[in-house]
Design a protein around this ligand. Structure first.
Ligand code: FAD
Length: 324
């Protein structure tokens, strides 16, 4: 039966948050289209995860086989290719994550299916897919569409709220896997980042610096503000890439997700990869000299100005309030 398929993303025995986000969207589409939500779970030792998923899908399609222990786009593509040919879903959702970016383009190309990547909103109307995606660092939104019977979308993390997931009480179905014997890329091992001195995920106040800080010689300014507020320093990816701050201070899709009471973004443009990691913060203050910077779309308060003028004024104000 045709349905909305969600590829379950999991790592080291744990279902990743993007899966629940996609299932929330799949449930919404399934209600309006009257089709099944089908979760596709590929790997080894999957019974626990299958049971975890089952209440929220009409069907959990489980594909277990030796060699599928860790994500590998080539055998994943084979499993999904066969499933799509047999079951013809109206839509396949894959997370726009490192795994999804590896898998989705080659899968879509091999099956000649339309692919819309990095979508933050989409729907189906009369069989036609419409999908919204941002371009040019979030300054432009584009709508793409397709009328093909089966479409593939990769879904931006943080776009859908899994809080509203309903129990639909589904079933688990084992899928027979036949993998072609060709030389796969081989998974070797997971490498954990070494623990740093400061855990930004636990901080209540974060002062986060972006490329706008100009260079490591200016970090002292941000540090002063962090100290005045009893907070810690974090950063956007370019700052970590340039080694102005250690990698464990990076916020975003390829860094950490933080949820402090107060997040101050200094000279950060607000690319979605950064926003995803901090948008749950209690209060967001952005300081940026570009009034059109996308960070202002998520900030509760914004100051359009030069951080080198604004930050010293802020530090002075905080100290004055604290009486020192
Ligand atoms: C696969 C992938 C994963 C990624 N993961 C992450 C991630 O985890 N985290 C992350 O942050 N990024 C990530 N990125 C990078 C992301 O796309 C952006 O490039 C990055 O977030 C931009 O960092 P920025 O805002 O510091 O720099 P820029 O985009 O260069 O912005 C600098 C900002 O500073 C402002 N500015 C300059 N000077 C001043 C001044 N004197 N006063 C005030 N404002 C000033 C400018 O107006 C500008 O808005 C990822 C990208 C990819 C492709």
């Amino acid at each position: 039966m045709s349905g909305v398929m969600v590829l379950v993303e999991h790592r080291r025995g744990e279902i990743r948050e993007i899966t629940w986000e996609m299932l929330a969207k799949a449930q919404e589409l399934s209600s309006s289209l009257g089709v099944e939500v089908q979760a596709v779970l590929i790997g080894r030792g999957l019974s626990g995860m299958a049971q975890e998923l089952r209440p929220f899908c009409h069907r959990v399609l489980v594909a277990e086989e030796e060699g599928l222990e860790a994500f590998n786009s080539e055998p994943y593509q084979q499993v999904l290719g066969r499933l799509i040919e047999e079951r013809r879903p109206v839509l396949l959702m894959i997370g726009h994550t490192a795994q999804g970016m590896d898998l989705a383009p080659s899968l879509a190309a091999a099956l000649d299916l339309p692919l819309a990547t990095d979508c933050y909103e989409f729907g189906l109307k009369d069989g036609r897919l419409w999908a919204h995606r941002q371009m040019y660092g979030g300054k432009l939104s584009a709508e793409v569409s397709s009328e093909a019977p089966t479409k593939v979308v990769t879904v931006r993390t943080g776009s859908f709220d899994p809080e509203g997931l309903r129990e639909v009480g589904g079933e688990v179905e084992e899928i027979k896997v036949r993998l072609d014997p060709f030389p796969w890329k081989r998974f070797l091992e997971y490498v954990e980042a070494p623990p740093g001195e400061v855990d930004i995920t636990q901080a209540e106040v974060i002062v986060s610096v972006g490329r706008g800080i100009g260079g490591p010689e200016n970090l002292g300014l941000a540090e002063e503000l962090a100290r005045a507020l009893g907070g810690v320093l974090a950063c956007s990816r370019p700052v970590a890439d340039k080694k102005w701050l250690p990698k464990d201070r990076q916020v975003g899709t390829s860094g950490k997700t933080v949820k402090p009471k107060l997040y101050i973004a200094l000279g950060i443009s607000g690319a979605f990869q950064h926003i995803v990691g901090m948008k749950q913060s209690g209060l967001i203050l952005a300081i940026n000299k570009d009034p059109k910077a996308p960070i202002f779309q998520v900030a509760h308060y914004g100051i359009v100005g030069d951080l080198f003028q604004v930050v010293p004024a802020l530090v002075a104000k905080v100290r004055e309030r604290k009486g020192g």
